[in-house]
Write a protein that binds this ligand. Sequence first.
Ligand code: CA
Length: 422
Amino acid sequence: MSAPRLDETHDPARRSWVESANAPDCDFPIQNLPYGVFSEGGGARRVGVAIGNMILDLTATEAQGRLGPGAPVFGEGVLNPLMARPQADWDEMRRRIAGLLDERAGARDLPMVAQGDVEMHLPAYIRGFTDFYASREHATNVGSMFRDPENALLPNWLHVPIGYNGRASTVVVSGTEITRPLGQLKAPDDEAPRLGPSERLDFEVELGALVGTGNAMGQPMTTAEAFDAIFGYVLLNDWSARDIQVWEYQPLGPFQSKAFGTTISPWVVTRAALEPFRTQPPSRVKPLLPYLSEAGPNNFDIVIEGDLAPDGCAPRTILRTNARWLYYSAAQQLAHHSLSGCAMETGDLLGSGTISGAEQDSWGSLLELTWNGRDPVQVEGGTRTFLQDGDTVTLRGWCQRRYRVGFGACAGTIRPAPEWRK
Ligand code: CA
């Protein structure tokens, strides 16, 4: 689609009868309506939509027959059944939910729960996880550090959305603890590798795209189809063990250095909610092949901040970046992923790659912020080059105009590595 598609669900004047949703800096106003999965007191998982500091229980609302006609989609307590429905159904569901929560709605006896009273879970069954490398500034920084500052970008980078197939099994929801990985470590001067806990544990600030509509094997998607096929977006932290990575990554790319954990935020902000925030990508250094051309602005103006808190200390914001600087959009990545005929499926997750901007405080990893450990960053009560046990990393993201479309938090705390058992 060439231009943002706006309807009454984007009206900035619209207000909800849930008063907390109407504050200008609330992440979850009636124009957002992100989906998540929650439980109360160890009970069954239910689908909900965030509104202000509350959740509308969609599983219960649907069971009461109040979401209108159509196949039930929320009974399984996971988003995949809705994501697998035709795209027109996503828009219709958004309109219905907005109608129920609008301040002009008659009935307010809906099943609501406070966000503070629930446990959040993975919003979708993640079918596959692919991680890309779409920030030119990030790729340039890494290439400068480990190869050659004069030729930091590899020759393919300006033509191909670079990616690798990651692990879906260790994609976890915000709040899940991350265990420091064991791995093979080898400093440049070491004669042989040794086994040990990673000593260069890092985070990566990314945007995650969740595929709703797939493609048949052998049938590539266009970028326009791919843009529409994405159900929604989450914040994503691609935890990375730099010392394991630098030893293992040639010639096939990252493996164990990325496989031990990937954290996503619990609320899926729909593509529909992000329509008003579509923006042009950075200008092209080299022309892209036609299959990667885009008819309209497919990037999003999303501010993302990263906080770091040592164990028992207050968090300090150590970076502020923006998803608009990504050189390749999620739609381009998805189109490229399907180009070979690779089948993409409902619940596939695409990571954007670390999001870094031009300025140092917009770099999306400790590797860059500390320039591979050379320049420690200040945190409460000390400094950091890489993550220590007990450290908590929290990402927060939002789009802001007259109202805010927020993602909530994407947080994880580092636990010590396990003892190796012989
Ligand atoms: Ca990554």
